[in-house]
Design a binder for this molecule. Sequence first.
Ligand code: CDP
Ligand code: CDP
Length: 228
Amino acid sequence: MKKIIIAIDGYSSCGKSTLAKALAKKLHYLFLDSGAMYRAITYYFIEHKVNTNQLTEVEKALKNIQLSFQFNKETADNHILLNGINVDKEIRSMAINAKVSEVAAIAEVRKFAVAQQQQIGLNKGIVMDGRDIGTTVFPNAELKIFVTADTTVRVERRFKELYASNPNITIEDVKANLEMRDYIDTNRTESPLRKADDAKLLDNTNLNKEEQLNIAYQWAMEKINAFN
Ligand code: CDP
Ligand code: CDP
């Protein structure tokens, strides 16, 4: 069976990574959450106090960043390593949430991340989620899905996750961050978040994880069968 590329894009916290990982597991494909790369770069910038307004500082910092992945074929878990160290937990903090969209809007940062994403996808058989996967990273992806959900539902989903490790967090904090990131991601100059013309729309406001997976799996099998 020839393998395809599946690109999943959409707004913050609408279930893209959950869907991408479950789909990859079911298809025995590789899963990559491209947002984790921008988060890891942001973590490095914060730790090393990189002035993101100074291009030379950004370029110098990027030269010192090596991102790698540990993929588990059984579970489709993909752990991200920053210079050899697992940063899965560190990159999910509110401090990263507050800064990541600003960092991801920098052209040099995007060039750095996109080149690696394209390299990882060379052999196809991959489900990658993010903001620009169907428009910029893999404009020829055989299947593109654009996920949306009502803001209230997205905020509740993300709040539940963050509250588990930080009981001080409020629903207002989460809502403000989501809206801010969606605004920056949609309005930036460099590959802004938008639905590719040929992407299928998946509104999962009223769908649970299993239901969204069933829909996407059916779309994937249609494309895979047509491709073979
Ligand atoms: O999980 P959540 O939807 O909150 O965010 P994420 O997918 O981890 O992405 C974090 C941030 O990285 C986004 O808000 C974007 O600013 C940026 N990003 C991007 O610019 N392009 C991508 N392909 C993926 C993420
Ligand atoms: O990757 P993205 O930021 O779009 O979202 P995610 O991290 O995959 O999902 C955000 C949260 O929503 C997770 O806790 C998922 O378990 C949950 N979720 C859900 O409750 N129902 C769905 N249909 C999809 C995701």
